[in-house]
Design a protein around this ligand. Structure first.
Ligand SMILES: [Zn+2]
Length: 332
């Protein structure tokens, strides 16, 4: 009996041990299962992190690539802007000092007509003298045909051979270079060329310079009036002094009338007030000042200063009448 009991107890113990084992096994399996699931989750997380790192690396590489590209482009742009710098322009090595190219400048005024405007770029600044020329007048030539029986007629006082035709440049009232002409006595041709060259170089403005024959009105006095009325500068005209039988200095080619509109021939009345024959010149009869009025000749004006330097006298210094446009040179 005792043995039977022992057997029963043993069996029960075995059973309990077995149950315990089963329970423990179940636990282990459970745990293993749980661990395996956790491992999977961790693995997935590691994969995910790896993916993120890869992405971040790719993004970094792309950023670096873009930065490099930008740097390259900037360098190229700099190279393009830097291209036309003077240091890169081939500089010719001249063997001697640069000289003006003659073909771009006007060689003389032979092809230019009085009154013509000349482009300043065509004027040779190194040889201005070729645009201020004096020539003799010969019977039958172009100038002779313009003046015969007009400003010139055969007489006992002045011969054709005493006269010179001067072609020159002057600045007009717009400051442009304009071709002018003048007939003067051979005795003052050099003075006139010097003075008018100085006028041109100093930008002194002269309205126009045509021979008085361009305004011929039948006789010397009327033609003189017509020329003055359009502010024309002129010199020679074989005529008497206005209102007299004496020959004018213009008849010898020894007098010149400059910008006559702003510099009229003025008679001073008893009231001390000046009047002139030209309606368009009234503003210039009295209270004259070259500082305030363009083209007015007074003692401060370049015209007065240059002409007196060359020995000419000025009609503005006469007492009455006053001839503000008039400069003349007397000999002997
Ligand atoms: Zn005069």
């Amino acid at each position: 009996m005792k043995n039977k009991n022992i057997k029963h107890i043993m069996f029960a113990v075995e059973c309990v041990v077995l149950i315990l084992l089963v329970v423990m096994l179940g636990h282990s399996v459970n745990k293993a299962n749980r661990l395996s699931v956790e491992t999977e989750a961790l693995k997935a997380e590691v994969e995910n992190l790896k993916e993120q790192i890869k992405k971040a690396d790719e993004e970094k590489a792309a950023r670096e690539e873009a930065a490099k590209e930008q740097e390259k482009k900037a360098a190229e742009t700099q190279a393009v802007t830097a291209e036309p710098t003077p240091t890169e322009t081939p500089i010719p090595t001249p063997t001697k000092a640069p000289t003006p190219t003659p073909e771009v400048y006007l060689t003389d005024l032979s092809g230019a007509n009085p009154g013509e405007i000349i482009d300043d770029a065509l004027i040779d600044p190194y040889d201005i003298g070729k645009y201020f020329t004096s020539t003799m007048i010969a019977e039958g030539d172009e100038i002779f045909n313009r003046i015969i029986d007009r400003s010139f007629r055969y007489n006992d006082n002045i011969a054709l051979s005493d006269l010179r035709y001067i072609k020159l440049l002057h600045r007009n009232y717009d400051g442009q270079t304009q071709v002018g002409e003048l007939i003067v006595n051979a005795a003052i041709e050099a003075d006139i060329i010097d003075i008018f060259t100085q006028f041109y170089l100093n930008g002194y403005q002269i309205y126009s310079m045509y021979l008085i024959d361009n305004f011929w009105a039948g006789d010397g006095d009327s033609s003189d009036y017509a020329s003055i009325d359009v502010n024309n500068t002129s010199a020679f005209c074989y005529r008497t002094v206005t209102g007299s039988s004496n020959l004018s200095n213009h008849a010898y080619g020894l007098a010149i009338d400059l910008n006559p509109l702003e510099n009229p021939y003025v008679r001073i009345g008893d009231d001390g007030y000046g009047t002139s024959a030209h309606a368009n010149a009234q503003a210039y009869n009295n209270n004259r000042s070259s500082a305030e009025m363009p083209h007015v000749i007074d003692h401060e004006d370049l015209a007065y200063q240059l002409f007196s330097q060359y020995g000419f006298t000025w009609g503005g210094d006469w007492n009455n009448p006053k001839d503000y446009q008039h400069f003349q040179k007397e000999f002997g």
